[in-house]
Write a protein that binds this ligand. Structure first.
Ligand SMILES: C[S@@+](CC[C@H](N)C(=O)[O-])C[C@H]1O[C@@H](n2cnc3c(N)ncnc32)[C@H](O)[C@@H]1O
Length: 198
């Protein structure tokens, strides 16, 4: 049986993410002049093109910033996307701890905080701080969006966000999610949820 090339799988994952994010965000995002998006724990930021496209549908200009603790991935994100996300959007990526956003003067006040494949299970106290500081940084009418690989991890992250005062305003289970073989029950962007700060 012929294998689907890995790059094709990633492209399909991103196309699915685009559709699902549009469905999820559309009812909550008004058209405006400018939008700032903070992609927290962004890794290589593979989804940057998708995010830029969605921002362009809602605003005349946008700035997308990514933050991750891993310098190598941030280097890849900057090589691929910095000054290269189209006329409408600028992007830059910073190596920094998401749980120490207080120390980071270079980031804007985001209209959207985005966390793809949040990793609450890896270290709950750290992820609580990441969520808390993302909410604190967010515009008062801003949106926080998470996606998750696992059912249980998504439920725990959702509970943690609600405990921090976030209000869930939307959710979606990804029926086209691609199962991953490295852990039981792991699946690409399996769950998505959107929260308001207040
Ligand atoms: C499951 S990966 C998701 C990466 C990327 N968002 C994606 O979907 O491919 C979790 C990410 O969290 C990052 N991370 C872990 N702890 C962090 C912290 N304290 N601050 C910022 N990023 C962190 C890791 O380096 C990793 O890139």
């Amino acid at each position: 049986m012929a294998h689907t090339p890995f790059t094709d799988l990633l492209q399909k994952d991103l196309a699915t993410l685009e559709t699902n994010l549009r469905t999820l965000l559309d009812p909550h995002l008004e058209e405006t002049d400018h939008l700032n998006l903070l992609n927290l724990a962004c890794g290589r930021g593979d989804e940057t093109g998708v995010l830029a496209k969605l921002l362009a549908e809602k605003s005349k200009s946008a700035h997308l910033q990514g933050v991750d603790i891993r310098a190598a991935e941030i280097g890849q994100a900057n090589s691929r996307w910095k000054d290269n996300v189209g006329e409408h959007t600028t992007a830059d990526f910073l190596t920094h701890r998401g749980d120490r956003l207080h120390d980071l003067a270079q980031i804007d006040t985001p209209d959207i905080a985005f966390l793809r494949h949040q990793n609450y299970w890896n270290d709950a106290p750290v992820w609580n701080r990441i969520f808390d500081q993302a909410l604190e940084r967010l515009e008062d009418d801003g949106l926080l969006v998470i996606t998750s690989y696992f059912d249980r991890e998504h439920a725990l992250a959702t509970k943690a966000l609600k405990n921090l005062g976030a209000i869930q305003v939307g959710s979606l289970v990804n029926s086209d999610s691609r199962a991953l073989s490295d852990a039981p029950g792991k699946s690409v962007d399996k769950h998505l949820a959107v929260f308001r700060k207040k």
